[in-house]
Design a protein around this ligand. Structure first.
Ligand code: GLA
Length: 356
């Protein structure tokens, strides 16, 4: 519910003075298992979160795009085919350029996906804009190709050398299932969530300042590790013992990627997805991200520890790129809200429940 004091968010009509031609939405995602493996050919297990980004699009008859972020009350104007100056508009500029928008569009953006929390608000924005272009008949693309275009937006317009997980999750996942994605082949399966459990997402409130540089650095390190080991990607490591020959910190970084990929496979072994086993693997994933990949944060570790200590939690870990942001827990069905309240009381200011 909107608090009475907060100003109303202007609609497309109110801001641009006419109705949009199309509106399109796309969700954020939370990754349950398989972190920092999607740029080494690994398997990932995200699910969509209920929060979405919605865009309205309408031709404006000029050679400029006008992008209005209604929640921020910020507008950015840039030439067709060009990048925006900075901030959120770069995601839109990239999607419009790579999605083939030939003439000026007015774009209205609203979102309830938390920004900068590791829940893929950027992928949701890219995919929503590309879906809008598809609805306008400008872009002819499958959901998979749409995700690949969205990934290029990150690489070419934003400067983040991300993998494909977030854009694929936003494009093809839903919040009732988890998406098993082979990030090398893009083969994918929608699987039931572990029986008797539900997903709890909490924001640590720690802003992800170092995320972009830290992310690109980790990626370069594991690419170097793969090169030294003589494999195309760390997914191809057959003998974990071979990592011992690597110098630090490459050894630890590679150990995370290889062990994390093994955890996804272990979670799905024997056909069934058991909540207790899944939770143990989430806990191990967190330890590996904290100690070997060094992408956690002390406050995030605190929040994860509080969750892991709760009797109704099967497992908990940081999620997304790291360096702050959100954590995800697998919780006994029906208990998520109660768990969140207890954990927040122990965590102190800054934290909040995001899902459900
Ligand atoms: C970010 C990237 C993804 C993935 C995760 C870590 O969300 O965009 O491609 O690498 O970090 O798993």
């Amino acid at each position: 519910m909107t608090p009475p004091s907060s100003p109303a968010i202007p609609t497309f009509e109110q801001h641009f003075g006419r109705a949009p031609q199309v509106t399109a939405s796309a969700p954020g995602r939370v990754n349950l298992l398989g972190e920092h493996t999607d740029y080494q050919g690994g398997f990932v297990l995200p699910t969509a979160i209920p929060q979405v980004t919605t865009v309205g699009l309408g031709a404006n008859g000029t050679r400029e795009h006008r992008v209005f972020a209604a929640d921020l009350n910020e507008q950015s104007v840039f030439a067709v085919g060009e990048n925006a100056q900075g901030g959120f508009a770069r995601y839109v500029a990239g999607a419009l350029a790579l999605g083939g928008a030939p003439d000026g569009l007015d774009v209205h953006v609203t979102s309830n996906v938390p920004m900068g929390a590791g829940l893929s608000s950027s992928a949701a924005l890219e995919v929503a804009v590309l879906r809008g272009l598809r609805d306008l008949g400008i872009l002819d693309a499958t959901d998979e190709r749409l995700a690949l275009i969205a990934q290029r937006v990150e690489h070419e317009f934003v400067g983040v050398q991300c993998g494909i997980m977030d854009q694929m999750a936003s494009s093809v996942a839903n919040s009732a299932t988890m998406l098993l994605l082979d990030t090398r082949s893009l083969e994918r399966w929608l699987l039931p969530l572990p029986a008797g459990a539900e997903v709890l997402v909490m924001d640590s409130g720690v802003p992800r300042h170092l995320a972009q540089s830290g992310y690109n650095e980790r990626r370069a390190q594991v690419e170097e590790a793969a090169r030294l080991l003589g494999v195309t990607e760390l997914r191809d490591v057959r003998d974990p013992q071979s990592l011992e020959a690597l110098p630090q910190p490459l050894r630890a970084r590679a150990r995370h990627v290889v062990s994390e990929n093994g955890r996804v496979q272990a979670a799905l072994a024997d056909g069934g997805v058991d909540a207790a086993r899944f939770g143990v693997l989430m806990n191990a994933s967190h330890a590996s991200l904290r100690d070997d990949y060094a992408v956690s944060h002390p406050r995030v570790d605190d929040l994860v520890a509080l969750l892991q200590a709760h009797p109704n939690v099967f497992g908990a870990r940081m999620t997304g790129a790291g360096f702050g942001g959100a954590v995800v827990a697998l919780v006994r069905a029906g208990q998520a809200h109660a768990v969140a309240l207890t954990v927040l009381a122990g965590y102190g200011p800054g934290g909040r429940q995001v899902v459900p």
